[in-house]
Design a protein around this ligand. Sequence first.
Ligand code: UDP
Length: 239
Amino acid sequence: NTPAPAYKRVMLKISGEALMGDQGFGLNPPIVERIAREVQSVHDLGVEICMVIGGGNIFRGLQGSAQGMERTTADYMGMLATVMNALAMQSALEGLGIFTRVISAIPMDQVCEPYIRRRAVRHLEKGRVCIFAAGTGNPYFTTDTAAALRANEMACQAILMGKNGVDGIYDKDPRTNDDAKRYDEVTYDEVLRKNLKVMDAAAIALARDNDLPVIVFPLDVEGGFRGILAGNGTYTMVH
Ligand code: UDP
């Protein structure tokens, strides 16, 4: 008897770096497929899934501007990187037989769909995974903020932040501190005050102002994503 999923519609946010494996750059197809199978296992529960994938495995705006590039141009390059990651994930999901739409904040009709809110909602209702690409479409923002924004627009019940190497939020870095303690739950304000590594401040504020829970869970543990929905995962909830 499978327990009912805790949520009907969720936003899964993963960083671009989650897709690169240990090669240090770009996309690692077996890793992309592994994450696609994690998504499939949640899709199998009948949960409607939105995704936002970062672009840091290919390009980060800040890194470009540090090298003398104009910041806004560098940010647009970062947004384009997220489109590549989204297409790779779409390809992996469709390889598993899951209908998937890539929906871009910056229209590029030959490549993917433009963002039209009602249309995206319809896709979700039909059981299609929606991958929101190109961030918010604006420079100076991050894909964390894009995840919080689209999660609100799509009426998701939670943002699930999949992280590698951690199973939640700790009071200090568990990799370098033996006495680090994992929070089961923590408030938005505590995350902001203590500058805990969850998502950037703008994204946390957007979640807080709309009472949207943020759940940090281990992406590199098999069944970690499904565990949240099935009620047996390890995680920290920010609410
Ligand atoms: N970006 C942006 N606006 C957005 C989302 C992303 O300008 O709304 C750019 C920004 O330059 C960022 C890059 O896209 O560095 C990649 O996104 P992010 O750093 O959030 O990716 P992640 O760290 O999650 O892989």
